[in-house]
Design a binder for this molecule. Sequence first.
Ligand code: SF4
Length: 187
Amino acid sequence: MYDATPEKMPKARLGRRAFLKLAAVGAGVGATASLVASNKVRAATSEEVKDPYPGSKKVKTICSICSAGCGMVAEVHNGVWVRQDVAQDHPISEGSHCCKGADQIDLVKSKMRLKYPLKKENGEWKRISWQQAIDEISQKMLKLREESGPDMAMFLGSAKFNLQQSFYFRKFAAMWGTNNIDHVARI
Ligand code: SF4
């Protein structure tokens, strides 16, 4: 995993998105080279090139990143979301996506996706349990609230929250004791 601390980021004028893409390409090249070296890859057959996901289903759905709800067609193969396309006949988006929606499949497919909590100890990222992460973060938050009161915190909801997650997030801020809550789209 790459280190995203400011002092470790590249000095060149490289945007974060471009940097992440380059990092992914670099990892892909390395992984491909090791597969070739170990004879684990072969050329795809013409059938596989024509139809890499035989029997897949196309499911019409919507992009969940923002409330526009643009139309999307998700291709599902053996229960796994493998490809996405725009829904040409959607009444709102009429066959288009913004750049966030165009990458939505990466929410489940990206190799860069964080799947478990990590803690930096002595300069090294270490995997920790969810329980440890929840305990440590909650203890720090409670200490800050004790020292400075509940309004020391600002809760900023994610554009990726669904309805139920937004409900719980709002409840959490209220039970914490503050009205300092807003949605990231306000930025
Ligand atoms: S494609 Fe873009 S504009 Fe459309 S719902 Fe997704 S994030 Fe919103």
